[in-house]
Write a protein that binds this ligand. Structure first.
Ligand code: FAD
Length: 422
């Protein structure tokens, strides 16, 4: 958007008193206020308003599912919703072009917080804690900070420089990030800090558990996306070679990203197979539409049952048709395999994207549910341990960036309420 277009679009906002758009945003971004500031050409004020609740304003402006959140709730009296996402992107880009402005921090509290994981949850907690006057040390297992922003979401949807600049801003504000520093034993960690935030994500892969999965050409989507992104960060061509015929199994954003990357990287025939209906796919609707523009076919009610190889090389996959069965815990109909419906197709590569798993291991210190997700108090993000807080995918099993950011912000408030006055 140009400044004139942004002002014109912002002027369409009715400024509803009950602001349903804000209810649609997990970070409770003050949308009415920042849009009013844009209409008044106060672009600096607008970006500041967004960052008061979402330090990853620019990142989220690219990848938030706005059509399913804030914009969906907007404008019952308008012919179309205000383009909240594009307006946020406009002010975030305005700041990137004109320089980031630091937030004022409160006087030092002489208290130290340890943050585990430099994904959006951990970095958001770090930023708001630094603003409150805490000393913050972030421990990141990988060689780059950013979590899935850096290692998962492809560059065609999220420009790497947007993420780099926003992380750099958090570092400039005072958060100290230690890369290549996994925290494996919380016991050794706890005593060094007044409070701890865990934001380790849930980036383990669920296996298909079918014969032939061990073949080299059958790849986990997370590994594929990560290897590609590392190459992109190093300004190299992705070194992970897929064949021309690629079958992707899954129905979430990871499946879609893997399929679109495969296609954009040169594979000719890419198909997604999903065991439920397209309407049941957890992927964002506009991402599903994007697949269609790339001629990626999504075939519903299909489940792989085995891979076949020849001389240790993948040759084909056997697929069985499914039909909807009884409603399961997720509220969707459980897919039931149709006997005798097996068929096989020849493929060169297969990508499995059927779910994320928590990787958090210190379950003796912090209570987790039966899936391994960390249990928290929703109001404060406090875990069962009196000085440990948690948020993001490690708690919800995989949601959105804005949810992880909101959790980090809420946890910072929870930590401050606990130790800020002592
Ligand atoms: P992560 O982003 O996973 O970050 C966790 C960090 O902790 C990582 O850097 C990891 O290395 C580090 N870590 C792990 N264990 C340790 C340890 N023991 N010690 C130190 N560090 C550790 N959401 C959207 O809103 N829009 C999208 O378009 C979108 N697309 C997605 C596409 C893909 C392929 C995937 C996988 C997810 C997508 N999501 C999207 C979801 C979103 O990325 C996540 O919900 C979000 O990144 C979760 O943030 P987090 O900080 O909890 O975890």
């Amino acid at each position: 958007m140009t400044p004139q277009e942004a002002v014109a679009e912002a002027s369409r906002c009715l400024g509803c008193a009950d602001a349903p758009c804000i209810d649609g945003c997990p970070a409770r971004n003050n949308i009415v206020k920042f849009i009013r500031q844009i209409a008044q050409e106060n672009f600096r004020g607008a970006i500041r308003t967004v960052k008061e609740s979402n330090v990853f304003a620019g990142t989220c402006a690219y990848i938030c599912p706005v059509g399913e959140s804030c914009e969906m709730k907007c404008g019952s009296k308008l012919d179309r919703p205000v383009k909240i996402g594009e307006l946020q992107r406009f002010v975030a880009e305005y700041e990137r072009e004109n320089g980031f402005r630091k937030f004022k921090t409160l006087p030092p509290k002489n208290k130290k917080i340890g943050v585990i994981g430099a994904g959006p949850a951990g970095l958001s907690a770090s930023f708001y804690l630094v603003c409150m006057g805490y000393e913050v040390e972030v421990f990141e297992a990988a060689e780059l900070p950013g979590g899935i922003l850096t290692y998962g979401i492809p560059e065609n949807r999220l420009i790497p420089d947007v993420v780099k600049d926003e992380i750099e801003f958090i570092v400039q504000m005072g958060a100290k990030i230690k890369i290549n520093s996994p925290v494996d034993d919380l016991n050794k960690f706890i005593d060094h800090y007044d409070a701890i935030f865990i934001g380790v994500g849930a980036y383990g892969s669920v296996k298909l558990k079918i014969p032939g999965e061990e073949l080299e050409e059958v790849i986990q989507a997370q590994n594929y996306l990560k290897r590609r992104k590392i190459a992109v960060y190093n300004n190299q061509k992705p070194d992970i070679k897929l064949g021309s015929r690629v079958a992707v199994f899954g129905g979430g954003n990871t499946a879609i990203d893997a399929a679109t990357c495969a296609k954009n990287d040169g594979s000719e025939d890419v198909k997604i197979y999903y065991r439920r209906s397209i309407n049941d796919m957890p992927a964002f609707k506009d991402e599903i539409e994007y697949c269609k523009t790339l001629d990626i076919e999504i075939i519903e009610y299909m489940q792989p049952v085995s891979f076949q190889g020849e001389n240790n090389k993948l040759k084909s996959v056997t697929i069985v048709k499914t039909k909807p069965g009884e409603v399961d815990q997720s509220g969707r109909q459980r897919p039931v395999m149709i006997e005798g419906s097996e068929f096989f197709i020849e493929i060169d590569s297969a990508i499995a994207a059927i779910g994320q798993l928590p990787t958090f291991e210190n379950t003796d210190i912090v209570d987790v549910d039966k899936k391994g997700l960390i249990l928290i108090d929703d109001e404060t993000m406090k875990t069962s341990h009196p000085k440990i807080f948690a948020g993001g995918d490690a708690v919800n099993g995989g949601a959105t960036v804005v949810k992880a950011v909101a959790d980090g912000c809420k946890a910072a408030e929870g930590i401050d309420a606990l130790i800020g006055k002592s």
